[in-house]
Design a binder for this molecule. Structure first.
Ligand SMILES: C[S@@+](CC[C@H](N)C(=O)[O-])C[C@H]1O[C@@H](n2cnc3c(N)ncnc32)[C@H](O)[C@@H]1O
Length: 272
């Protein structure tokens, strides 16, 4: 069981890294926009809330080379990856990690990290049991004039070409249903929540991403891993025909030339 768990987490860290690599140009658009929103006053201290492997921290430090970042996550395994990558990139002095579970007792959940100029929360707000409480803490941690950038997604990307897209949609429909039960805040409209926590919502941007051939090199592996996790997770729910079709697709999916990457990301910029 422990092995199964470790394996699942390993594939999650790889999935987060692949997402950032394949969507590099989108991520760069978003950090470029953050650059515009902070023009004249670039952030010096950044908090990456629910950092995962730290892809947001690294992208932001590329954009703001003078800054330092604090990567916060509940998972020590994720933070281990952040530290390794920081060393590899020669950024060990600019990134620190904080292990904290934002869902535990309000008295102890918010760690002492000091004031920050920018909070980046990518695909993390929907994990929280009590987003309002955490957003209130984020507001308090920001310096006046500081910015919270929240990124959320419609789900994992779609990859398959036309003749297989109905199968992919059936899989996503099952996943969506399961996620709605496990993560009730997934797909929320964050603007009213941000306002309720004291923020001024400056902008909300929807990025409709549709990458076509030639895709970034790691896209094949991203599709393989993503569809493989889906197949594994839905083994009990898919009917035999769909399961067999997915298995045979998975065989050569990483080498296909007709994959695309389709996903929607929404970004909110909110000011203290
Ligand atoms: C989908 S990942 C996103 C990671 C990263 N921000 C990215 O965009 O690639 C969500 C992250 O939130 C973290 N997380 C979930 N619940 C948390 C909690 N209660 N406290 C702190 N971190 C949490 C998870 O460990 C995971 O690394």
């Amino acid at each position: 069981m422990a092995n199964h768990h470790e394996h699942a987490n390993d594939s999650m860290t790889e999935l987060l890294d692949l997402d950032a690599e394949v969507l590099r140009s989108h991520l760069s658009d978003v950090t470029g926009w953050v650059g515009e929103l902070t023009a004249g006053r670039p952030p010096r201290r950044i908090l990456d809330l629910g950092s995962g492997t730290g892809t947001g921290s690294f992208a932001l430090l590329e954009r703001f080379p003078g800054a330092e970042a604090v990567a916060l996550d509940v998972s020590e395994q994720m933070l281990h990856r952040v530290r390794d990558e920081a060393r590899e990139r020669g950024l060990a002095d600019q990134i620190s990690t904080v292990q904290a579970d934002l869902d535990t007792d309000p008295e102890t959940a918010w760690p002492r990290i000091g004031a920050v100029d920018l909070v980046w929360a990518s695909a993390s707000l929907h994990h929280l049991a009590d987003p309002h409480r955490v957003l209130t803490e984020v507001h308090a941690a920001l310096r006046p004039g500081g910015l919270l950038v929240a990124v959320e997604m419609d789900g994992f990307p779609r990859f398959l070409p036309g003749e297989h897209s109905a199968l992919e949609e059936r899989c996503h429909a099952l996943l969506d249903r399961r996620r709605a039960a496990a993560l009730p805040h997934f797909g929320d409209d964050w603007a009213p929540r941000l306002a309720k926590a004291g923020f001024t919502v400056e902008a909300e941007r929807v990025f409709d991403i549709h990458l076509t051939s030639p895709l970034p090199a790691p896209a094949g592996r991203y599709a393989e891993l993503s569809l493989g996790r889906m197949r594994h997770g839905l083994a009990e729910q898919l009917d035999a025909g769909d399961l067999a079709a997915l298995d045979s697709l998975l065989e050569g999916v990483a080498r296909r030339h007709d994959l695309t990457v389709r996903t929607t990301r929404t970004v909110w910029a909110a000011r203290r």
